[in-house]
Design a protein around this ligand. Structure first.
Ligand code: FPP
Length: 244
């Protein structure tokens, strides 16, 4: 068998926690708890497989619309899992970054996450990116505001704005690696739901039916196999198409 090419940057939309719980007659928060456990394991598996950046959609700008009880339960889970993730990151030489606007979170949570980022900043095996109060439209809006301020100050001509400048003003500009090569969304839903809209212009997508808490290392390997079967042309032609 030929060796698998491991995508450098994998993005995951963890979906199906609620349905996983409902199928078992459990409250939704236990679905999220099971989802956190699955995530803890996948972070380690991804690093072992040689993935360089793993980005996940942990909490979206739209998730505030859920009931107060569910939002509260998710915040409690973040509180509980941050120290556990910290341990994984230290053991696995994994650096943590965040995208999104964390300012709406409680102060203790912001502090805990910022400390995790600070204390893992020299780790280099993999970067684990948490989308926290992240929405791609909000991210693009904030980038536009920054560029508009430069135009207003007279330091930038509107016509001089390039795609690269837009990319450099997105939250993901902190990452050393390029845009996601592969995006996985579990639970059979086939949409981006405001996740990395700019960055996923040429990303390969894979939508397994599995609910997120059931997603295991073998499913990640399967996703990588599927990615290997894709023909990435970035809007151009591939050599095999030559002359057709
Ligand atoms: C979607 O399931 C999942 C979420 C809203 C995210 C939950 C987040 C985690 C498990 C990651 C936690 C991250 C850290 C840092 C510990 P859903 O509720 O939409 O499922 P449903 O569509 O079946 O209702």
């Amino acid at each position: 068998m030929t060796e698998l090419k491991v995508p450098s940057h994998v993005a995951i939309i963890l979906d199906g926690n609620g349905r996983w719980a409902a199928k078992r007659g459990l409250p939704r928060k236990l679905g999220h708890k099971a989802g956190c456990e699955a995530l803890e394991q996948i972070v380690e598996d991804a690093a072992r497989l040689g993935i360089k950046v793993l980005s996940i959609y942990a909490f979206s700008t739209e998730n505030w619309k859920r009931t107060k009880e569910e939002v509260g339960a998710l915040m409690q889970l973040f509180r509980y899992y941050i120290p556990r993730l910290r341990k994984r990151c230290f053991e696995g030489n994994i650096k943590v970054e965040t995208i999104g606007d964390m300012s709406l979170f409680d102060e203790d949570l912001i502090r805990g996450i910022n400390e995790l980022k600070r204390d893992t900043r020299d780790f280099s095996r993999m970067t684990f990116v948490l989308g926290l109060n992240y929405g791609a439209r909000d991210e693009i809006r904030r980038a536009v505001v920054r560029l508009a301020e430069q135009v207003k100050a007279g330091t930038l001509e509107p016509e001089a704005i390039t795609e690269q400048m837009i990319s450099q003003n997105l939250d993901t500009a902190v990452l050393k690696y390029p845009d996601p090569d592969l995006l996985i969304r579990t639970s059979g839903e086939q949409r981006l739901s405001n996740f990395m809209l700019w960055q996923c212009a040429y990303t390969e997508m894979y939508f397994p039916e599995l609910l997120w808490p059931d997603f295991k290392k073998a499913d990640l390997v399967r996703a990588i196999e599927i990615y290997n079967g894709r023909d990435r042309r970035y809007g151009g032609r591939n050599e095999a198409d030559n002359g057709k």
